[in-house]
Design a protein. Structure first.
Length: 556
């Protein structure tokens, strides 16, 4: 380890003793490890020494980076109080045995903390160097880019082992070694942390500081760097301080330490509740997916209060379930476990609920759908009249599915005055105009479920059927138009015989029927429920011939 000789004293003492002090104090060393440290450049300014003939070769090769080998070097180290130093090294009284005569000089820098531990090692920095080997004129070395507070080394060597007297002068006056005051709030890092957390603290280094001393509650816990990491193992309140020094300014000197009070808090870990999921699924916790099992999870927090919890996830296996037989009409939709099923799923089916939520868990759901279809259809019927007293109502265009299922046809008349009976055949007939509907029903085998469809047609009467030959006589049909009642009266001398009175709408539907009326008694008809439009009034005598009395108009 380098031998440090720190020459710091009061200025008054220096002024009183400077005239009596020898110029070679402290004496230079033959290797860098023993080189004396000169903290006051005033001592180096005017320093003298002599190279002897002892060939130790204690120096790097090359000595200047671009040439020269060491022979009988002497080593000094000095504190850089300025960023630039101008040295003048003057040889005199040189003697030699062979080869060149004169000196070569180098100034070196080494890595942190700046000490040289091997004279033969190549230095990290060649600050300045001269290998010209003068013996009568001085060597001027200008060292630029020096770090204030750092230690640098000077090697003086005799070329080819030359023995010379040496004197050194320094142009700059950097003053005594000192470390500047702290900047405002130089110590940074968290002041509230949790047990188990690792925190980083940094100090803004003042000019001249090269060593850093970290104290926790006055106990030294770290040195060397301006950044310190600490793991807080126990809860409590602590004082973390940092002080600085360099090779020539002890830690006890100014500036005073800077401190921070740190509160360390326990944050107990709380395990989350057990989670149930499907065995092939994952559960997201704290932003990460976990499969079934027991997991140790590190939970960070913004205040460094990290914790370790245990997450228990139970996985449930795949479930195969037959949910049953279903019957539906083709136009319907069946909802099974939130899945919409239509007749596209007719027949035996399996639906796999992949990654479904617990407890369905990748369930294989089996089911059977019987899809029923009914579509009623009726051939367009002929019109009554002109000799056609009966028309066929044909429901054979109806279709249904499946064909093996039982079905039923049902006919009914919409107009109760027209056709009031039911028919259960696919084909039927009628002699009365009106609206007729066919209901097609498809059943399941147990007749508990069915699907139906209805189709309707209108059986009308040809114009000649509701507009027969006019009946002779004088007739009054009032009022015109009618809205509530309609009065029909024969006013002439040629009133017909007793017979049947009917009133028809434009479709040939009979709206009123008087099977045996005696004229000239008037007829009073209630038309308050009849739709607006034209109506025809006919008379049918004992001979069966239908004659037209006249036309009425109903209006609202």
């Amino acid at each position: 380890m380098k031998h440090l000789i720190v020459l710091l004293s009061m200025l008054t003492w220096l002024s009183q003793s400077s005239f009596s002090q020898p110029c070679n104090e402290p004496p230079a060393a033959e290797d860098c490890m023993s080189a004396p440290l000169i903290c006051d450049l005033n001592i180096l300014d005017g320093y003298c020494t002599s190279l002897n003939t002892n060939l130790t070769y204690n120096g790097p090769t090359p000595i200047c980076g671009n040439g020269g080998v060491p022979n009988n070097p002497l080593w000094l180290s000095f504190y850089a109080g300025c960023e630039t130093l101008h040295f003048t090294i003057t040889p005199s009284n040189c003697t030699y045995s062979q080869g060149s005569i004169g000196i070569q000089v180098g100034i070196y820098g080494y890595g942190f903390p700046g000490d040289c531990s091997d004279s033969f090692a190549t230095p990290d920095e060649y600050i300045a160097c001269s290998g010209l080997c003068p013996n009568e004129y001085p060597i001027d070395l200008i060292a630029n880019g020096l770090s204030i507070g750092k230690v640098y080394y000077m090697i003086i060597d005799g070329c080819a082992g030359s023995s010379c007297d040496i004197s050194i002068s320094v142009q700059e006056n950097c003053g005594l070694p000192v470390i500047d005051e702290w900047t405002l709030d130089p110590l940074t890092g968290p002041d509230s942390v949790c047990t188990g957390s690792i925190s980083t603290y940094e100090i803004a280094s003042p000019l001249g500081a090269t060593f850093y001393h970290w104290y926790l509650d006055s106990i030294l816990v770290g040195e060397e760097w301006d950044r310190f990491d600490i793991e807080w193992a126990a809860a409590g309140t602590y004082q973390l301080c940092v002080d600085v020094s360099n090779a020539c300014v002890p830690v006890s000197a100014d500036p005073a330490p800077r401190c921070i009070t740190v509160t360390v808090t326990d944050l107990p870990a709380v395990d989350p509740d057990t989670v149930h999921i499907c065995e092939n699924d994952t559960y997201t916790y704290a932003g990460k997916k976990y499969p079934p099992g027991i997991h140790e999870v590190h939970l960070p927090s913004v205040s460094d209060c990290d914790s370790i919890v245990h997450l228990v996830i139970k996985g449930y296996p795949v479930v195969d379930t037959f949910v049953g037989n279903f019957t539906m009409c083709r136009e319907d939709t069946l909802f099974l476990e939130n899945m919409a099923l239509t007749c596209n799923y007719s027949g035996p089916n399996q639906v796999v609920y992949s990654q479904a939520d617990f407890p369905f868990c990748d369930s294989v759901v089996a089911f059977d759908i019987l899809c029923l279809y009914a579509k009623a259809g009726i051939q367009k019927p002929a019109s009554l009249g002109n000799g056609l007293d009966t028309v066929v109502l044909d429901g054979t265009p109806s279709v249904y599915d499946p064909l093996i299922q039982p079905i039923m046809y049902s006919w009914y008349a919409v107009d109760s005055t027209a056709w009031t009976w039911w028919s259960d055949s696919v084909i039927t007939s009628t002699t009365i105009p009106g609206t007729y509907c066919l209901v097609l029903t498809v059943f399941t085998g147990d007749s508990l479920t069915y699907c139906t469809d209805t189709a309707c047609v209108v059986v009308d009467t040809l114009t000649s059927a509701i507009h027969p030959t006019a009946l002779s006589g004088q007739w009054e049909i009032t009022p015109v138009p009618a809205s509530q009642t309609l009065r029909i009266q024969c006013t002439g001398s040629h009133c017909p015989q007793d017979g049947m009175l009917d009133c028809w709408d434009a479709l040939g539907r009979r709206m009123d029927h008087r099977p045996n009326h005696h004229w000239p008694d008037p007829v009073q008809l209630n038309v308050s429920t009849w739709p607006p439009g034209p109506y025809w009034i006919t008379w049918t005598g004992p001979d069966g011939q239908r004659m037209l009395i006249g036309q009425a108009m109903v209006q609202r």
